[in-house]
Design a protein around this ligand. Sequence first.
Ligand SMILES: Nc1ncnc2c1ncn2[C@@H]1O[C@H](COP(=O)(O)OP(=O)(O)OP(=O)(O)O)[C@@H](O)[C@H]1O
Length: 274
Amino acid sequence: MSTLKVENLSKQYGDVTALEDVSFQIEDEFAVLLGESGAGKSTLLRCINGLTDPTEGSISLDDEPITGSQTEIGMIFQQHNLVDGVSAYLNALTGSLNRVSMLKSMLQWQSREDKLRALEALETVGLLDESHQRVSQMSGGQQQRVGIARALVQDPRLLLADEPVASLDPSSAETVMGYLRKAAKEHDVTALVSLHQVNIAAHFGDRFIGLRDGRKLFDVGRDELTPELIDDLYGSVETVGLADQEKTVEEALDAIGDDPSEGAAEDAQRGIEA
Ligand SMILES: Nc1ncnc2c1ncn2[C@@H]1O[C@H](COP(=O)(O)OP(=O)(O)OP(=O)(O)O)[C@@H](O)[C@H]1O
């Protein structure tokens, strides 16, 4: 098991503050990152796995600074990023690419140990019997499980997953999350998973980090995740998505009338009439 330490992390994209002074530490846990769209979850995960550089702050894994893309971090994406035309087994085997080349991987020139590791990883996610099936013939949930197996074959010290079940129906989402948690626990890997489904998060997480507008709103254990905290994070049902609008519809129309792009609207109207 490993310790991930994030200290005073900030990320600025031009004028947009995606993360502001975020600090936390995760050790031997299955942690869930919560927050509404735009809260900064993906940016945080991208900073941790070296896909983007933070503007300020530091990230370390077992007290070693993370400065670039690390082979010891296994990443699971929402879109599985698998090689469609080949089997679940060969996809899982590509997780050993940090140890062998892509060509060797596709020609199955890996060591027996790597091949066993790929099959064991598929067994962990319940797909040993489907290991020779092409991933293009698998369901979305099964494909995501192959993605988890591939990350396990990498033998990572940290598993990151960015909305891994966002595109799945509720039942498949629960199955995949169950296998993801099992994979992390069986392989003793610390995990940080971003999710927007609060019920699924509450069911599977040991620890919950809430982000709002790029800032850490809470960092709590399973027993401390209250409905009040969730309301603070997402807003109550009455207010979600119902932000006050500054202009009336008439004022907005007047504003468009003053806009130099008005000519374009007239062109479009002429196009419709033609
Ligand atoms: N490459 C980028 N360039 C400019 N702004 C960006 C970039 N990536 C993210 N942002 C902005 O940073 C903020 C945080 O975005 P981020 O994608 O991290 O949020 P998120 O919580 O993952 O949202 P979602 O759940 O919708 O993916 C948003 O305001 C977003 O528009």
